[in-house]
Design a protein around this ligand. Structure first.
Ligand code: ZN
Length: 157
């Protein structure tokens, strides 16, 4: 958190005070501010509903930090689940249409002509639609059985 985040931080603390029906002194709020200074404000804000859901009293600093971890895990989980709706939003990557391949042409000396070719699209690592297709393909390849499936590895590039 940065100095400009203080108002939002104070609003979060106010929500927790209201929930716990407890009033903190300015000095104690400052203490919480200092001890949570390394936490991004967005993470702190996301932790507030978790704290309200899990605790009755006003949380101690370690409890807030734990809830921040939880908020971060939930955010990461949602990010992992997120796959854009291609029909509605269009392809995630307009260069390769989420196929992972970019069509092009290359000069073939033996034909003395340009011939069609493909190259790997730069979006692959960060394209959730492409990654979802890769996941589906991996599941399709997986044979029956709990352990045999581990024989197959899917290249991620
Ligand atoms: Zn692409």
């Amino acid at each position: 958190m940065q100095a400009t985040d203080y108002d939002e931080f104070a609003r979060g603390i106010a929500k927790l005070m209201l929930h716990a029906d407890k009033r903190l002194s300015e000095a104690r709020i400052e203490l919480y501010w200092d001890r949570l200074s390394d936490v991004p404000i967005r993470t702190f804000e996301a932790a507030i509903p978790i704290l309200i859901e899990q605790l009755n009293g006003f949380p101690k600093v370690p409890q807030i930090r734990k809830a921040c971890d939880e908020a971060e895990r939930r955010r990461q989980w949602r990010a992992d689940q997120y796959v854009p709706d291609v029909d509605r939003e269009g392809p995630f990557c307009v260069v390769c249409n989420d196929t992972g391949w970019v069509p092009g042409v290359t000069w073939a000396e033996s034909y003395r002509a340009e011939v069609p070719c493909v190259r790997i699209c730069a979006c692959r690592a960060g394209n959730p639609v492409y990654r979802a297709k890769l996941g589906q393909a991996a599941n399709a390849l997986k044979p029956e059985g709990k352990y045999a499936g581990t024989l197959f590895t899917v290249r991620s590039d």
